[in-house]
Design a protein around this ligand. Structure first.
Ligand code: SF4
Length: 284
């Protein structure tokens, strides 16, 4: 156990009873405890949405970012102190919609951050508009006659942009999800965990029962370092089949490992960046 014996519990969550966020919040906290972190040893950056409200429910250093901007903030923190574990906790609307461009560039840069996405396929906080992962034809307040666009496949999206760790978990299986999140945080480089999560209040299609009939755990003999096989596996969600587990993982130098300016020290260990008087003088 970590020295402070903390379980990362913050304020009591205000999520709707039965929401998948409860399972995800529990899995994140369990993963951090099992990795032996204390709350002062990690930073969590949150997006906007029901998932982002976890900013108050997780006892750790946290930033509640602008909508869609959690990833660049996390990358900035990582550049300042690349020894610090940085996790990003966002929803599908925030990360695959407003922040979709940042996701692509974080993956191609192999920035060493862990992006955990609560994917409920709807904008829950604003009471049920269609999101980038809603299925074509999905009827919502914003698409009463049915969604005309195809849904984004976040797994194939980041795989084709160079992501070095891609996984999928389910909010209804906390133990399995905990193991996936632990592996993602332990991975050196960019990691994405797409978590299937029912929104019991505003998505009456993608329910627990819906997912129970369509999820399955990846076989223990599944090989995780074959990109072509990973793309085939990730494509299954286009047919509404949801493989759970680590779909792809490979080791590759991270952005900060390749940055020669950070070979010896972190930025915050360099006097130019930690001594504000010196820094200000450069602009006077
Ligand atoms: Fe969960 Fe949906 Fe309620 Fe938000 S609106 S807390 S996603 S059930």
């Amino acid at each position: 156990m970590n020295s402070l014996n903390q379980d990362f519990t913050g304020y009591s969550p205000t999520w709707c009873p039965g929401c998948g966020n409860w399972g995800i919040g529990s899995a994140i906290k369990q993963a951090l405890v099992q990795l032996d972190f204390s709350p002062d040893q990690i930073v969590a950056v949150f997006g906007i949405g029901c998932s982002g409200n976890m900013n108050d429910f997780l006892n750790a250093y946290g930033f509640h970012a602008l909508h869609g901007r959690a990833i660049p903030l996390a990358i900035g923190i990582k550049l300042a102190n690349h020894k610090l574990p940085v996790i990003v906790i966002v929803g599908d609307g925030d990360c695959y919609g407003e922040g979709g461009n940042h996701l692509i560039h974080a993956a191609r840069g192999n920035h060493d951050i862990t992006v955990i996405v609560h994917n409920n396929r709807v904008y829950g906080l604003t009471t049920g508009q269609t999101s980038p992962t809603s299925a074509k034809g999905f009827k919502s307040k914003s698409t009463p006659l049915g969604l005309l666009e195809a849904s984004i496949n976040p797994l194939t999206l980041v795989l084709t942009q160079g992501a070095t760790f891609v996984a999928q978990g389910y909010a209804g299986d906390v133990n399995h999800l905990t193991q996936i999140i632990k592996a993602a945080i332990s991975h050196r480089g960019f990691s994405l965990v797409n978590i299937i999560q029912p929104c019991v209040s505003f998505n009456k299609i993608n329910t627990y029962q819906y997912y129970q009939e369509r999820i399955y755990n990846l076989d223990e003999n599944y090989i995780t370092d074959d990109l072509n096989k990973a793309l085939i596996k990730a494509s299954e969600i286009n047919q509404e089949k949801f493989p759970l587990g680590i779909i792809y993982q490979k080791q590759s130098p991270t952005f900060t490992e390749d940055l020669i300016q950070l070979k010896e020290k972190t930025l915050i260990e360099k006097e130019r960046f930690s001594n504000t008087d010196l820094l200000i003088k450069e602009f006077i």
